[in-house]
Design a binder for this molecule. Structure first.
Ligand SMILES: [Zn+2]
Length: 209
């Protein structure tokens, strides 16, 4: 009996562990088969409430120059690697909560030039490893020992606009999904080929763009 409980406990541990082996995708050949449960492992949600209303300035892949940018003044030039989520009216005076868009470990948390506070999380898209970058955060709002996150877990709050927390940018969230497991911090790249290293976060999140 004791052994049976021990095995059961191990299964629970494995199920709760993000590094558990991937479950083979079910075959789709038989008509009427149920939707694959494995999709749950890769569920993504928008990192902010009311996400659909927030992408008003810089979607993924837009080519920004100081002349054409919807944000003035602009210091960047290049293809935008992330999706920018803006504040909604009335939010300037309130904390805007940022949540984990996916399930996975936090692998980076630091102050970064061009961003202010940054958190990077390891996740998967279609069973392929990716990193999810949350830029312009208030690092002091992020738990010191932050590690494994489930989808929807609170990461912290947006940094205050035009402060060190946002590296003097307006208050907003730069959210980017990069292919592979290595931390990649670039917010802009100079060629379309380089941009292929990122996934369109708006598409992954199902935003109507
Ligand atoms: Zn951005």
């Amino acid at each position: 009996m004791r052994l049976r409980f021990a095995l059961f406990g191990m299964c629970l541990l494995l199920a709760a562990c993000g590094s558990a082996p991937a479950i083979p995708a079910p075959q789709h050949s038989s008509a009427g088969s149920k939707a694959p449960e494995v999709v749950k492992q890769n569920t993504w949600i928008a990192p902010l409430d009311h996400a659909n209303e927030r992408v008003t300035k810089k979607p993924f892949g837009i080519f920004i120059t100081p002349q054409n940018s919807p944000v003035q003044p602009e210091k960047f030039t290049g293809y935008h690697t992330g999706t920018d989520f803006e504040l909604l009216p009335g939010e300037t005076e309130h904390d805007v909560i940022v949540r984990a868009a996916c399930a996975g470990a936090v692998i980076f948390k630091n102050q970064v030039s061009g961003y202010g506070g940054v958190v990077v999380q390891h996740c998967t898209v279609n069973d392929q490893p990716v990193t999810a970058l949350y830029g312009h955060l208030s690092l002091s709002s992020v738990a010191a020992g932050i590690k494994q996150l489930q989808t929807g877990d609170r990461i912290g709050v947006l940094g205050t606009g035009f402060s060190d927390e946002t590296d003097n940018e307006r208050a907003h969230l730069h959210f980017a999904i990069h292919r592979g497991a290595a931390v990649e911090l670039k917010g802009y790249v100079q060629t379309k080929e380089e941009l292929d290293g990122w996934v369109d976060a708006g598409t992954v999140l199902g935003l109507p763009l």
